[in-house]
Design a protein. Structure first.
Length: 214
C-alpha cells in the first residue's frame, strides 16, 4: 500500500494519510418518515406548476373585452348656423363576447401537465428514498458486525512476525495477504455503498447542504 501511494503520488502513505477521507466511526440514524416535497427537483417542479396556474389567470383575463371610453366632439355647420355637440365615446372590440377558449384551454392543459409531473416525481422519489434507506441500513449493519480494519491489521501483523521467524510458509503468508486485501476492498466497497445511499436520502430530503456526510 505504501509503495502504491509513493509511486502514484511521489509521497509516502504517512504524508498523504491526513488528507485522505476518514472511515466513519459511527453511522448516522436516518428517520423513516414519509418523503416530503423538500427535494430541489420537486421544489422546482412546484414553482413551474405555480407559473402554469398564473398563466390560466392571464388567459382568463383576456376573455373580457377591452372597453375604451373618452370624450367626443361633433361639429355640424349649415350655412351660417354652427352646432357643436360634446359627448362620450364608447368603443368595444368585435366580437363583443370573446371567450379566448383556445388560450384558456392551452393554459389549463399546461397546468394539469405540471401538476401531474409533480405527483409522478413525488411517487418516484418516495419509492427511491425507501429503496435507498433499505440499502443504507443493511450495509451499515454489515459494516458494524464485520471485523474492523484495525483488528484485521493487528492479526496480519502477528502473522508477519510468525512468517519472519519461519513459523509459517511463504504460501500461507501470501494467502493471508491476498485475503487481507480482498477483505479491505470489499469493506471499502460497502462503505462507498453506504455513503452513496446516505447522500441520496439527504438529496430526497432536501438536506444535502445541511448534512455532513463524513
Amino acid at each position: 500500500m505504501s509503495t502504491f501511494f509513493h509511486v502514484a503520488t511521489g509521497n509516502s502513505l504517512d504524508e498523504i494519510s491526513p488528507y485522505l477521507p476518514k472511515i466513519p466511526r459511527t453511522w448516522p440514524q436516518v428517520e423513516k418518515q414519509k418523503h416530503s416535497d423538500q427535494s430541489a427537483h420537486i421544489k422546482t417542479l412546484n414553482a413551474q406548476s405555480k407559473i402554469a396556474e398564473t398563466e390560466i389567470e392571464i388567459e382568463n383575463s383576456k376573455a373580457w373585452p377591452t372597453l375604451q371610453v373618452g370624450p367626443a366632439v361633433m361639429i355640424e355647420q349649415q350655412g351660417d348656423t354652427r352646432n357643436e355637440m360634446l359627448g362620450v365615446s364608447l368603443n368595444l372590440p368585435l366580437p363583443l363576447f370573446q371567450t379566448n377558449g383556445g388560450g384558456k384551454a392551452y393554459a389549463r392543459s399546461n397546468h394539469l401537465k405540471a401538476k401531474k409531473i409533480v405527483e409522478l416525481t413525488h411517487a418516484f422519489e418516495s419509492h427511491e428514498r425507501f429503496e435507498q434507506l433499505q440499502v443504507y441500513e443493511s450495509t451499515v449493519e454489515s459494516l458494524e458486525s464485520s471485523l474492523s480494519t484495525t483488528r484485521l491489521l493487528q492479526k496480519h501483523s502477528r502473522l508477519t512476525k510468525l512468517y519472519e521467524r519461519g513459523v509459517i510458509s511463504n504460501e500461507v503468508y501470501l494467502d493471508s495477504i491476498e485475503k487481507k486485501l480482498s477483505f479491505i476492498q470489499r469493506k471499502n466497497q460497502r462503505i462507498m455503498t453506504a455513503l452513496k445511499s446516505l447522500w441520496n436520502i439527504y438529496k430526497f430530503n432536501g438536506k444535502v447542504m445541511d448534512k455532513d456526510i463524513l
